[in-house]
Design a binder for this molecule. Structure first.
Ligand SMILES: Cc1cc2nc3c(=O)[nH]c(=O)nc-3n(C[C@H](O)[C@H](O)[C@H](O)COP(=O)(O)OP(=O)(O)OC[C@H]3O[C@@H](n4cnc5c(N)ncnc54)[C@H](O)[C@@H]3O)c2cc1C
Length: 420
């Protein structure tokens, strides 16, 4: 055998799996199709602007991040916990009352926050806030997100102007069809943490993990074929055949069926536009949500936008302003043209965007696994005598889920190798 374990894919799941196995003394070869580690967590540095490949944030409240990541080394830059809501009547900032006590009164008195909705929100998320919800094999009584919000009585403006739009952007899914159990977990972590961006971009997260590997990752090396043999596996790449006792397939959901006999889980996607704005903007460190559409939701293609350089100054050269705008691929205008997106941003920021320049634009069709109810939080990873499957699609679609999945696979691999 060339090695104990081959890990295919150097996203967060593959990296966590490899470093856990190496720390236990196992020989691990990591094969990565891309030109760097990180998978869905990559950052492009363009003319001094840091543009993540799809707007995303790191929530330090994730238990896996607290346990396995040196967050202080990432030098996090924090967003405001809340959102600026845009309606035809104007914009208002709704902020987490405990994180932003100076805004608590205004938030609680806002027309977007009726008391009946606050009570319904407490009914919906309260138990999850008190104790981390565990799905076990299958979440009991799980429902579609939209159904569970309806059943909790969360049907007023807080839902229409804030929650639905915020969650659609976070989940890359405007249908409300995701598992309510999964979304409750995410909302719990949002309530407990202050999400932010590392000083050198989201890619600093996988790079930190990569830095603790003892052996290099083979970049630009896609696995083309995987075959189980009597005593292990053979993984064929363009130039070599690798042999090991076990393989961990840690590819993204869209690639699962290329290497295994398992179906590729369905996914949802979004696009992120990155603009250089010509002047300072007033949205501050909060995400802006558009609720100016008829019956709620956005009136244009942009579901959320943020002046990233306000929250994360290192993302732009000094004196410059970086704005992200997110559209959803499950909407007819998900692939709106630059001119339409700029027009929409002019409406949202109430300023001219004519001089704004596009820095780059990322279309990410496989942002997150679909995860409809019932949530199966710890999916079976063993799919062959010598093959394990890892990735966010085996746990929960998130940085948390990817890390847990990689770690779980490492534990199973260690048990397997110990059996001799
Ligand atoms: C735009 C966007 C926004 C997001 N926002 C958030 C957020 O705010 N908060 C949050 O918690 N999560 C967010 N996520 C989700 C989070 O980034 C993912 O859940 C996580 O990164 C998934 O990691 P993974 O290792 O499971 O998969 P991936 O990152 O997809 O890694 C799989 C790796 O396998 C490699 N690979 C594929 N096929 C092969 C092959 N044949 N051979 C070798 N290598 C192969 C790929 O190149 C890739 O590097 C977001 C994701 C995106 C894209």
């Amino acid at each position: 055998m060339d090695t104990d374990v081959i890990v295919i894919g150097a996203g967060l799941a593959g990296l966590q799996c490899a470093r856990r196995l190496q720390s236990r003394g196992h020989d691990v070869t990591v094969l990565e199709a891309g030109d760097a580690v990180g998978g869905r967590v990559r950052t492009d540095l363009i003319d001094g602007f840091r543009c993540d490949r799809g707007f995303q944030v790191l929530n330090p409240a994730y238990p896996a991040v607290r346990e396995w990541i040196d967050v202080s080394a990432l030098k996090m830059q924090k967003f405001g916990v809340g959102a600026v809501v845009n309606t035809a009547e104007g914009t208002s900032t709704l902020a987490h009352p405990l994180r932003h006590p100076d805004r608590a009164l205004a938030t609680l008195r806002s027309k977007h926050v009726p008391v009946s909705d606050v009570l319904a929100l407490i009914r919906w998320i309260g138990p999850a806030l008190l104790r981390e919800p565990r799905a076990g094999k299958t979440a009991p009584h799980d429902q579609m997100l939209s159904t569970s919000l309806d059943r909790a009585g969360l049907t007023g403006r807080l839902r229409r102007d804030l929650l639905d739009t915020f969650l659609a952007g976070v989940l890359a899914d405007s249908s409300g069809g995701k598992s309510a159990h999964y979304v409750r977990q995410l909302v719990r972590w949002f309530a407990l943490g202050v999400p932010g961006l590392p000083q050198s971009g989201m890619q600093a997260l996988p790079e930190q993990m990569f830095g603790s590997l003892t052996d290099p990752v083979r970049l630009n090396t896609p696995a083309r074929k995987l075959k189980e043999t009597a005593d292990g596996v053979e993984v064929t790449t363009d130039n070599e055949v690798f042999r090991s006792r076990l393989v961990v397939v840690a590819v993204g959901p869209q690639h699962v069926a290329e290497l295994t006999d398992q179906p590729s889980p369905k996914t949802h996607g979004l696009t992120t536009w990155w603009f250089r704005a010509s002047e300072p903007l007033e949205a501050g460190k909060f995400l802006m949500l558009d609720a100016a559409g008829d019956g709620g939701g956005p009136a244009g293609p942009v579901w959320n936008t943020a002046v990233i350089s306000e929250a994360a100054p290192s993302y732009a050269p000094s004196g410059e302003h970086l704005v992200q705008a997110t559209t959803l691929l499950d909407r007819p205008d998900g692939l709106a043209e630059e001119s339409a997106v700029k027009r929409d941003l002019a409406r949202l920021y109430r300023t001219s965007t004519t001089d704004w320049e596009v820095i780059t634009h990322h279309v990410v069709p496989h942002t997150l696994p679909a995860q409809p109810p019932p949530l199966i939080e710890r999916r079976q990873q063993r799919i062959g005598d010598h093959t394990l499957l890892a990735g966010d699609h085996r746990d929960t679609g998130s940085i948390q889920g990817a890390l847990v999945s990689g770690d779980r696979a490492a534990r199973s691999a260690t048990e397997f190798l110990a059996r001799g």
